[in-house]
Design a protein around this ligand. Structure first.
Ligand SMILES: [Zn+2]
Ligand SMILES: [Zn+2]
Length: 245
């Protein structure tokens, strides 16, 4: 059994015992909210494809730009990993499920994931995984309107490519996280996990063994470095020192 297979079984087994004591029903969201989410995902995806075409057109005109685009895409994708870790750390560390408004909507899903890791697999993509589409839409709109890349404008090309990398990671973060918990992820997901391009069960099991480590859930590339320098625990200590007691 490989390290990832072993972690996949352990992540799955730990949650199945946690699920037994209390019956649980999947929360249903209102149909109007589902419709709004489909609209948001459709709009963000359309803007993403338009920007991708524009960046592709610049590279087609001057193929020497491909390395610039690839580097910026990777930096953007790394940014998505850092963003996922920062949001995850914040929601694990501050406030509680009982905090008005923020608690039930934002904090609760993160805390529930620690006690019932496998529940994440039961949610539909449209119910659980669309927040980042809404957050990225203004950025994509701005990039298309004000930063549309042109041949010879390297700054715009880098910014637009980095945004595409950031959006790719952000749009798919929750899906990658789900696949790390799944015993039978799609073949493509398994391949991407084995290549190390997306979060693998092995990388993610670090967080479920110790909730103060391994916060990044897009690719998990940043986890070893951030854990080694104790980035998030140090940030938490500093913030708590600044907060009134
Ligand atoms: Zn967590
Ligand atoms: Zn998890």
């Amino acid at each position: 059994m490989t390290i990832d297979e072993d972690a996949r079984v352990r992540l799955s087994a730990a949650s199945s015992t946690a699920q037994i004591p209390q019956p649980w029903t999947l929360p249903r969201q209102p149909a109007a909210l589902t419709l709004l989410k489909y609209t948001g995902v459709g709009l963000a995806s359309s803007l993403f494809v338009l920007l991708l075409i524009k960046v592709g057109a610049v590279v087609a005109v001057d193929p020497r730009n491909w390395w610039l685009v690839l580097t910026a895409l990777l930096v953007g994708y790394l940014g998505a990993d850092l963003l996922s870790g920062t949001v995850h750390w914040f929601c694990d560390s501050f406030f509680s499920e009982r905090t008005p408004l923020l608690g039930p909507i934002v904090i609760q899903p993160f805390r529930e994931h620690h006690t019932h890791p496998q529940r994440i697999l039961h949610y539909r993509f449209i119910d659980q995984d669309t927040t980042n589409f809404f957050l990225m839409t203004p950025l994509l709109g701005w990039a298309l309107y004000a930063q549309a890349p042109h041949s010879g404008h390297h700054g715009q090309l880098v910014a637009c490519s980095a945004l595409l990398g950031l959006c790719t990671g952000s749009f798919l973060t929750n899906l990658f996280h789900k696949w790390a918990h799944s015993r039978r992820p799609p073949k493509l997901a398994r391949l991407l996990q084995q290549c190390g391009l997306i979060l693998s069960p092995g990388r993610h099991s670090v967080h479920h063994r110790d909730h103060s480590r391994g916060f990044c859930v897009t690719s998990g590339w940043l986890n070893p470095t951030l854990d080694a320098i104790r980035f998030f625990p140090t940030a938490e200590r500093l913030i708590r020192r600044l907060l009134p007691r």
